[in-house]
Design a protein around this ligand. Structure first.
Ligand code: GDP
Ligand code: ZN
Length: 393
């Protein structure tokens, strides 16, 4: 039983938090303008291409509590992270993080529980250039009625976000996920065979939205020799990209993976079947990409498929899965900009005969020469060519 003092103390602490939140909300108004030119991500996610997650409803005894505790720990950390962020329109209420959005409703992690929320009708995305008001990863202010129904009253400014052109209103952007720190690009060495061009596309996408990219090559247990894997990924390591060689099956590289995920909010990218779920389950036993994040609520608002889910890690941090990422359309990217995303091409191009060399067929192209001399990765150059031809002139 809580004593009166304890209750008072708690009340006092809540009041303090609220005052702080209000102050931040006020501070934000000036910063609102700046927020709009935030990061963009032009990767194409095809919602029709979604792999429907199966909704696991039955959980072992104690599992729900365990998950809540994890979520609470991770949530606290994330809220602390955003403490210095100024906030938008004034609103009173609880602070939480949106972990799932589904046809107008969202699931918000507030303290140690989940609140299913609708979004305050007066909140409009229209003037922000976005089609959605609330995205997974958003820090929001929630009010709650006696029946436990929540309403999102305000969305705090995003420190980063991934967006794509809206499916229906292509002049507007849809925010896929907010407040991401890094992009973990997962590939498998075999089954399916490693696809370097896709890694390059993800690297470009990460650079365009200023996310730290990490590469994880899974299923190295299927490689004849680890030396082959290392050689294949050497160009990336030489460029300074962190590369983790892992096997969800043998446990290799899992510690390293834990280290990079700890305390960060990480978006996952990679073809289906490369082992994203298996890796996460290895990182944290019981963590299930396909079922965890959507298992707490039954039914409500599920008529559209969940696109993005957010999982809390015990050790702190979140992992965000964006199922349906298949092809990375590099929307809005021009051919002439492509080379700038290949640091090694930029370096070699200084000796090209023509200043505007496309490195595709020009005479005196130092990039082509470097590839022929083995000084520049043929695989990287090959992906450059393929992506170049895909882009509008
Ligand atoms: P996801 O679609 O990226 O989440 O991939 P999954 O985690 O569902 O894995 C796809 C398949 O690859 C499953 O059959 C896994 O058992 C298998 N798999 C995952 N990781 C490894 C690994 O490290 N080695 C091997 N040999 N198989 C793996
Ligand atoms: Zn050139």
């Amino acid at each position: 039983m809580a004593t009166r003092e304890q209750k008072q103390w708690q009340h006092h602490a809540e009041e303090k938090l609220l005052r702080k939140a209000r102050k931040q909300l006020k501070r934000h108004r000036e910063a609102d303008q700046a927020r709009r030119s935030d990061w963009r991500w032009d990767g194409v996610i095809d919602p029709a291409d979604d792999e429907s997650p199966s909704f696991e409803r039955v959980m072992p005894r104690g599992e729900r509590e365990r998950r809540r505790a994890h979520l609470q720990a991770a949530l606290t950390e994330m809220l602390e992270d955003t403490d210095e962020t100024p906030a938008p329109a004034a609103a009173d209420g609880l602070r939480g993080i949106v972990v799932e959005v589904s046809s107008g409703l969202c699931r918000v992690a507030v303290d140690d529980r989940m609140v299913m929320c609708s979004v305050r009708g007066s909140l409009s995305a229209a003037e922000t250039g976005f089609t959605n008001v609330v995205a997974v990863g958003d820090v929001v202010i929630v009010s709650e009625d006696d029946a436990g129904r929540g309403v999102v009253e305000a969305v705090l400014p995003r420190r980063s976000f991934l967006a794509r052109p809206d499916v229906f209103l292509s002049h507007l952007q849809q925010v896929i996920v907010a407040n991401i720190d890094q992009l973990l690009i997962v590939a498998s060495w075999r089954e399916p065979t490693i696809w370097l061009e896709l890694i390059d596309r993800y690297l470009i996408a990460a650079a365009r939205c200023r996310l730290q990219p990490l590469i994880c090559v899974n299923k190295i247990d299927l490689a004849e020799t680890i030396a082959a894997c290392r050689a294949g990924l050497r160009p990336y390591q030489d460029l300074g990209y962190p590369v983790i060689f892992a096997s969800a099956r043998t446990g290799e590289g899992i510690d390293e993976l834990r280290k990079v995920l700890r305390g960060q909010t990480t978006a996952l990218a990679g073809l289906s079947g490369v082992g994203k779920s298996s890796l996460l389950a290895a990182v944290q036993p019981g963590l299930n990409l396909r079922t965890n994040a959507v298992s707490e609520f039954s039914g409500q608002g599920r008529h559209t498929t969940t696109q993005v889910t957010m999982l809390a890690l015990e050790m702190g941090g979140f992992v965000v899965d964006t199922p349906g990422i298949r092809e990375f359309g590099l929307n809005g990217l021009r051919r002439s900009e492509l080379a700038s995303f290949y640091p090694e091409i930029v370096a070699a191009a200084r000796r090209c005969r023509f200043g505007d060399c496309s490195h595709m067929r020009e005479p005196g192209c130092a990039v082509i020469a470097a590839v022929q001399q083995g000084k520049l990765s043929a695989a990287r150059y090959h992906s450059y060519r393929k992506i170049y031809l895909d882009l509008p002139a």
